[in-house]
Design a protein around this ligand. Structure first.
Ligand SMILES: [Zn+2]
Length: 387
């Protein structure tokens, strides 16, 4: 038995106007300060006003939202009693909105009680709308939540199938202004979701098609969106790709590149998408060296011709590296400006964190401790994985 979960998704040009047709009385918009500066909050409020929905705004979600922010937001929700909660922004405000919603409905819960093992009974007071303003995390269609506990300097991965939006708005108007670096980082995150979601041990018939399509969209449109931010078609396709990849991996699993990327990002404060995509080709080589050739399906789907599965897999790995280079992204840890001594001092902690990351469980090939150490070493120096 397996599950497939998805919000209703309204996508494409003009998707935001769908908000003018929803029914409700009060909506709380959860965002970060930039959403107000860019005028995005006002665009959302205008549509909700047409639906005669009263709105309030909390636009103080920080990058990597803290437990305190989430608790504060939930208290604001309890005061206003909204029947809609709108998460607007990149992954951080959307994740914060999911957690605030859960705590609003279940004041008895602590944030780390938002677990797949717990029946939450959400939806009695409010429902969630997500509006993504980057093309990468897939947070608008996934139920996972990443919070930060600044006291213990740790990241908390929580969430349950219930912390899933009822409605996700995937409207390209919100991503037209993304600068090239953010376009590349977030787009490569989407690529990593799609490739890992396809190769994961938990792959399944429902998620596979989504992952295939997302990989194809990223290879075709990310270089265009990066080179020319005004390319409306590329922006729209990448916005769709991120949501499609999100649906793919959340109904399968991300794997080793995410486990290693989370570890590196936590230790050295490197953006999520850059970290996970950096590790992607190394972890693909590691799986392929043990004869895992599911990657060959992806290679064929994007038109990389090869006489056999092994060579098709190698072609895909080379294509990932080429794309990263083309986008000016980092293909080694050293190229991030991290000194060898600092890397060496952190290596055992990096291995600890990667081993304890939930994403590692579905890796197509599980590394033991020595292999994990060697994988980090290869990624530091930019050397191919030969074991
Ligand atoms: Zn990711």
């Amino acid at each position: 038995m397996w599950f497939f979960n998805s919000p209703q998704i309204v996508f494409g040009e003009g998707a935001l106007t769908h908000l003018a047709q929803i029914r409700g009385a009060r909506a709380y918009i959860i965002a970060d300060p930039q959403m107000t500066t860019f005028g995005f909050v006002e665009r959302v409020r205008a549509q909700l006003a047409e639906a005669n929905i009263e709105t309030r705004v909390f636009d103080q979600v920080e990058a990597e939202p803290s437990l305190a922010t989430v608790r504060h937001g939930a208290a604001l929700l309890r005061e206003f009693e909204p029947d809609w909660i709108v998460g607007l922004g990149g992954g951080s405000p959307i994740d914060a909105a999911k957690a605030m919603w859960a705590l609003y409905e279940r004041p008895d819960l602590a944030p780390d009680g938002i677990s797949p093992l717990e029946y939450l009974g959400l939806g009695k007071k409010a429902r969630l709308i997500t509006i993504s303003t980057t093309s990468g995390t897939g947070a608008e269609v996934t139920w996972g939540i990443v919070l930060t506990d600044p006291n213990e300097k740790r990241k908390l991965g929580v969430g349950s199938r219930e912390t899933l939006a009822t409605l996700a708005i995937v409207d390209p108007q919100f991503v037209m202004q993304m600068p090239p670096r953010l376009t590349a980082d977030t787009g490569l995150d989407a690529l990593t979701h799609a490739i890992e979601g396809y190769a994961a041990n938990w792959h399944n018939d429902f998620a596979d098609g989504l992952c295939l399509k997302a990989v194809d969209l990223v290879f075709n449109f990310l270089p265009r969106a990066y080179a020319n931010g005004d390319d409306a078609e590329a922006r729209e396709k990448m916005h769709n790709a991120a949501a499609i990849a999100g649906l793919g991996f959340i109904n399968s699993m991300c794997t080793l590149a995410h486990a290693m990327g989370h570890a590196l990002g936590g230790a050295f404060h490197v953006p999520h998408g850059r970290c996970v995509s950096l590790f992607l080709p190394y972890t693909m080589e590691f799986a392929a060296n043990a004869g895992n050739y599911r990657y060959a399906d992806l290679a064929r789907f994007i038109g990389l011709v090869a006489p056999d599965e092994a060579r098709a897999t190698r072609n895909l790995i080379a294509a990932v590296r080429d794309l990263e280079t083309q986008l000016g992204s980092n293909t080694s840890i050293a190229s991030l400006g991290i000194a060898r001594a600092d890397f060496a001092a952190a290596l055992e902690t990096l291995c600890d964190h990667a081993e304890n990351d939930t994403q590692i469980v579905a890796a197509p090939r599980q590394p033991d401790r020595a292999e994990l150490r060697r994988l980090f070493e290869c990624a530091f120096a930019g050397q191919p994985v030969t074991f």
